[in-house]
Write a protein that binds this ligand. Structure first.
Ligand code: NAD
Length: 328
């Protein structure tokens, strides 16, 4: 715990909101939370925190956010699941303005520590063409052929962090998250990711009695999913470590999308008729996190079992759907 000012950018979003909550739980008192959304649209917000609504693509907004900070966590980005990033490449790339201006502001005000949230979407597409994946090592980002749009922006911004560190001495830490999920995140509206989307579809099928589910792709594509508690732990460990290279932070419990649906059906106590939309955005064929490096540095890796994290996520989305139905 420190008495220094900690700034969380993207605090109205999923990971940023949980990070603010976690920092408060640890006893941090001087917190600044920043997001472009109106406060009533933040997933979590807390009255004892300095909550600012700013568009961090702008240089002056970044200076307002960074002034007086001892630590900055940059979780602000225009992003979403495959349905969003495959159809909004330009919007994803414009997030480069956020990280660039935040780095410049951090340098200007001599901010001692800076964290950047990168993604497994930086990895070379050629290494992800098979559902029987070899887990991705950090070195697999180069030679570069990341996810078009979103992944290129992440890779570029990673390098920007590296060069601010090398050329200007700014202490930067970069994580590559692999599919994070949990309560208090996007579950509807087009930006949701697979775990939340599957939970929502299963709940809606159950509530409507129409016992069917549409799955994007053929269901054989493989992924790993990290529960938010592990994400928070790894994020803060990396922030306060001496690790200067971008680090994978992900679960290595590999499942196919069909297996993901099996688990959610099990939680819901239903069995649905599946249809497969082969034209829907589906991302790479397979992706998993190689955790050799994180284990070497921290003697730790994300360990929450998918079925346990999904049970909590399912319960939260179920409550949200019921709450929304009541307020209509
Ligand atoms: P999120 O969409 O829930 O949160 C991002 C927040 O950034 C949103 O609240 C959004 O309003 C805010 N934002 C966007 N543009 C902004 C701007 N111009 N100014 C200020 N705020 C702005 O996403 P998340 O899941 O919490 O992800 C956080 C970070 O982690 C992002 O950088 C994301 O790319 C990265 N990441 C997430 C995942 C994941 O699975 N959730 C995986 C890999 C990387």
């Amino acid at each position: 715990m420190s008495s220094e000012k900690i700034v969380v950018c993207g605090a109205g979003g999923f990971i940023g909101g949980h990070l603010v909550a976690d920092l408060l739980r640890q006893g941090h008192k001087d917190l600044r939370a920043v997001d472009i959304k109106p406060l009533d649209e933040w997933y979590q917000h807390f009255p004892q925190v300095e909550n600012l609504r700013l568009d961090l693509q702008g240089k002056e907004a970044c200076e307002q956010a960074a002034r007086g900070a001892a630590q900055i966590y940059n979780h602000a980005a225009d992003m979403g699941g495959m349905g969003f990033i495959e159809n909004n490449r330009c919007l994803c790339m414009l997030s480069v303005l956020i990280n660039t201006h935040l780095l410049m502001a951090a340098r200007k005000f001599g901010v001692p520590r800076y964290f950047y949230a990168s993604s497994a979407c930086v990895y070379n597409a050629d290494k992800q063409r098979d559902v029987n994946v070899t887990a991705l090592k950090e070195a697999d980002a180069y030679p570069a052929m990341p996810e078009d749009g979103y992944g290129w922006e992440k890779l570029f911004s990673e390098r920007m962090c590296r060069h601010f560190r090398e050329d200007f001495g700014l202490v930067t830490r970069v994580v590559r998250y692999h599919n994070v999920y949990g309560p208090h995140g996007t579950w509807d509206g087009g930006r949701e990711k697979a775990p939340a989307a599957v939970c929502r579809k299963v709940i809606q099928a159950k509530l409507s009695g129409k016992m069917e589910i549409e799955i994007w792709g053929d269901g054989h594509q493989t992924r790993s999913f990290m529960y938010i508690d592990d994400c928070l732990k790894g994020t803060q460990r990396l922030m306060h470590s001496d690790v200067i290279e971008p680090l994978n932070l992900g679960s290595n419990e590999l499942v196919s999308i069909n297996q993901l649906v099996d688990i959610v059906e099990g939680i819901a106590g239903v069995k649905l008729k599946r249809s497969y939309n082969l034209n829907a955005p589906k991302g790479v064929a397979g992706r998993n996190s190689d955790n050799t490096l994180i284990k070497k540095y921290f003697n730790w890796e994300p360990g929450t079992r998918l079925k346990d994290g999904l049970a909590k996520t399912y319960a939260w989305i179920n409550d949200e759907i019921k709450r929304n139905a009541k307020s209509r």
